[in-house]
Design a protein around this ligand. Structure first.
Ligand SMILES: NC(=O)c1ccc[n+]([C@@H]2O[C@H](COP(=O)([O-])OP(=O)(O)OC[C@H]3O[C@@H](n4cnc5c(N)ncnc54)[C@H](O)[C@@H]3O)[C@@H](O)[C@H]2O)c1
Length: 343
């Protein structure tokens, strides 16, 4: 029998890349809901309409009535929740919307699931896509990355909203026996990411002949994973609910923001030199910038800016024998080419 999977926030950056994989599984009906915020990708909707196992409903996960109605119409085997307000800068300006969607929205989904699945169901599961930012930051370069047992010490309204959702779902497992899997992934990059996020900001600034805005001294460090690699892991986890599980997902690609700008600048230069059409398309791209002086516009640091995120994903890799090819540069070039070719 076909499985019904609810994919909330499926038209965002990670969700829309995930659909590419899950829609190929003919035994799965993908029921996608999304509020269609500025962060969603409506073009993807048109692209996936042709799949018989794809259904879309415009629903806000905070809309209790609509969520209840959806659950009374469809019996779901599992839920994967990508839906969230996801941009840290926005969470500093407008925390309430983050608490609403990222906490109350998750509670709505969990309550609807509980009503449909009952207590202690071993057949159903809730997969919550969370972030490594819930662990807070590492103060030094030497500190070991967080593992799944590390304390939740979030520092931004965004990360505290995601940490809250994790704790609420934990309680639904402990109290009602709902099967819960939580993933804590590092920074994703790849095609279709919103222009507000760091890698698109760097690419767009450089190709338009502008300095790249970086917070503080640019030395903050992030670990990067290609979105497709993240999506392939989520697909594996979907068949592996086991009461309460939590997995870090990362690839040990740690770079300071300054290093990242330098790498991207060199990649764009290499790609442009091989493609005359792109040279014409982006006449403002400057091939002879002095990295230290001309590339970066240092701006006032972000409030509560975490210095370094790094995680230990041994548990996941060991349990599922995951051996991702770590081709950071290759995937970065793929991503850059996508941005150069898609206005
Ligand atoms: N992007 C990353 O680097 C990263 C890393 C780790 C974890 N995550 C987590 O992964 C998930 C997806 O991230 P993303 O980068 O794809 O985010 P995104 O902002 O690109 O997409 C979020 C999607 O959720 C939808 N949405 C927002 N509020 C909603 C609501 N109230 N009801 C229904 N839909 C709503 C948006 O319309 C959008 O389509 C988030 O939960 C985020 O916390 C992201």
């Amino acid at each position: 029998m076909k499985k019904n999977i609810l994919i909330s926030g499926g038209l965002g950056f990670i969700g829309s890349n995930f659909l590419k994989y899950i829609l190929k599984k003919k035994h799965i009906n993908c029921i996608v809901i999304d509020k269609l915020t500025y962060a969603s990708n409506i073009d993807i909707l048109n692209k996936y309409k042709k799949y018989k196992n794809f259904k879309f409903y415009k629903i806000d996960i905070c809309d209790n009535k609509k969520i209840k109605k959806l659950f009374s119409d469809i019996k779901f085997n599992h839920i994967i929740n990508f839906a969230a307000e996801s941009h840290v800068d926005n969470s500093i300006k407008n925390p309430n919307q983050f608490f609403k969607t990222n906490i109350l929205g998750v509670i709505n989904l969990a309550n609807a699931a509980l009503e449909q699945w009952g207590y202690g169901s071993k057949k159903n599961g809730f997969l919550q896509i969370s972030t490594d930012e819930v662990y807070g930051d590492l103060k030094t370069l030497q500190s070991r990355g967080f593992d799944e047992k590390s304390m939740l010490l979030p520092n931004s309204p965004y990360s505290s909203s995601k940490a809250s959702a994790e704790l609420i779902l934990r309680s639904y497992n402990k109290t009602y026996g709902m099967q819960i899997t939580i993933t804590n992934c590092t920074n994703n990059f790849g095609p279709h990411q919103n222009n507000e996020k760091l890698i698109p900001v760097i690419i767009n600034s450089l190709i338009n002949g502008k300095k790249v805005p970086l917070y503080g001294n640019g030395k903050n460090i992030r670990d990067w994973i290609f979105v497709d690699d993240h999506c392939k892991i989520i697909l594996k986890l979907l068949n592996n609910f086991n009461s309460l599980s939590k997995y870090n997902i990362g690839q040990n690609n740690e770079y300071s923001n300054l290093e990242l700008v330098n790498i991207i600048y060199k990649c764009i230069r290499e790609i442009m030199l091989k493609n005359k059409k792109l040279l014409k398309k982006y006449p403002k791209f400057n091939f002879e910038l002095d990295f230290n002086n001309e590339l970066i516009n240092f701006i006032n640091d972000r409030l509560g800016h975490d210095f370094r995120y790094a995680i230990d994903s041994k548990l996941l890799n060991k349990k599922f024998n995951i051996k991702l090819k770590n081709s950071f540069l290759l995937n970065l070039k793929k991503t850059i080419k996508w941005y150069l070719n898609n206005d």
